[in-house]
Design a binder for this molecule. Structure first.
Ligand SMILES: C[S@@+](CC[C@H](N)C(=O)[O-])C[C@H]1O[C@@H](n2cnc3c(N)ncnc32)[C@H](O)[C@@H]1O
Length: 255
């Protein structure tokens, strides 16, 4: 347990200070939002696993409603609070520390639940199930998920071996779409994030940090292991990025 806690601390150190904590971009956030047709003028929005909140700020620009942004990690929440203060939108964004597995929030309250790169933390299908009661009937759930884009026989063995280790639950677009349907959502649409969404605000700044981290942890094999795994993940994307991607799904809760 202590071992896990230490590895987690190293992982957080590797990830700290990045503009985003996963693939994504403002254009994709806007494109997914455009699929949420018929939102009220001042929607109530829940951004789960908001991280440093780049997408939260885009939502605040595009919508005139109230946003509740939740994450487990204080450091990310501090980053988001600084962004909220800089933009002067403290009255419209509430930043909350909380666990997505146990959200103490009112039922039938939100018009829109947003989850970029975060639902996988509790299992994508579990998240669809657990968060549904928080949505008003007809409310939307927009979430990104890592999926295979290539059919199984065409997936590069090296990429399959890597992701089998890192994210064994990884599946494909059709399977995730059926998770929505099986849990009472109508799929409003889905699209694949552009390759730039992996690099500009995530892998490029992450790759820039790696030489500093190698130096910092030069006498710590365990930490170096985490750094090298990060390097491998970035290499996977460079070599095999055509075979997998991040898919943005937008589902609408039935009545
Ligand atoms: C891949 S990051 C995505 C962050 C952000 N949405 C973005 O796109 O930059 C996943 C986020 O989920 C958060 N997270 C992980 N487990 C969580 C939990 N149990 N409850 C709330 N947030 C959690 C992490 O702290 C992290 O900020």
């Amino acid at each position: 347990m202590e071992e896990n806690a230490r590895l987690w601390d190293i992982f957080l150190d590797v990830q700290s200070g990045l503009p985003r904590q996963g693939p994504g971009c403002a254009d994709a956030t806007r494109r997914a939002l455009a699929l949420c047709v018929g939102l009220p003028d001042r929607p109530r929005v829940l951004d789960v696993g908001c991280g440093p909140g780049m997408q939260t700020m885009v939502l605040a620009q595009e919508l005139d409603g109230q946003i509740t942004a939740v994450d487990l990690y204080e450091e990310y929440l501090e980053q988001l609070k600084a962004r909220v203060a800089a933009a002067g939108v403290m009255d419209r964004i509430e930043v909350l520390a909380g666990d997505m597995n146990d959200l103490a929030l009112p039922e039938h309250h939100f018009d829109l639940i947003w989850a970029e790169g975060s639902a996988y933390n509790m299992g994508f299908a579990n998240a669809l199930e657990a968060w549904k009661p928080l949505l008003k009937p007809g409310g939307y759930l927009a979430a990104t998920e890592l999926v295979w884009l290539a059919p199984a026989p065409e997936r590069p063995a090296e990429a399959v071996a890597f992701w089998d280790g890192e994210y064994p639950a990884m599946t494909d677009v059709q399977t995730v779409a059926s998770m929505f349907r099986d849990r009472g959502y109508k799929l409003a649409g889905h699209f694949t994030l552009p390759d730039t969404a992996w690099w500009d605000d995530y892998y490029a700044p992450l790759a820039d940090k790696l030489p500093m981290l190698r130096q910092k942890y030069r006498d710590d094999d365990e930490a170096l292991g985490v750094v090298e795994m990060t390097q491998r993940e970035i290499e996977m994307r460079r070599k095999f990025g055509d075979s997998y991607g991040y898919e943005f799904f937008v589902g609408r809760r039935g009545g």
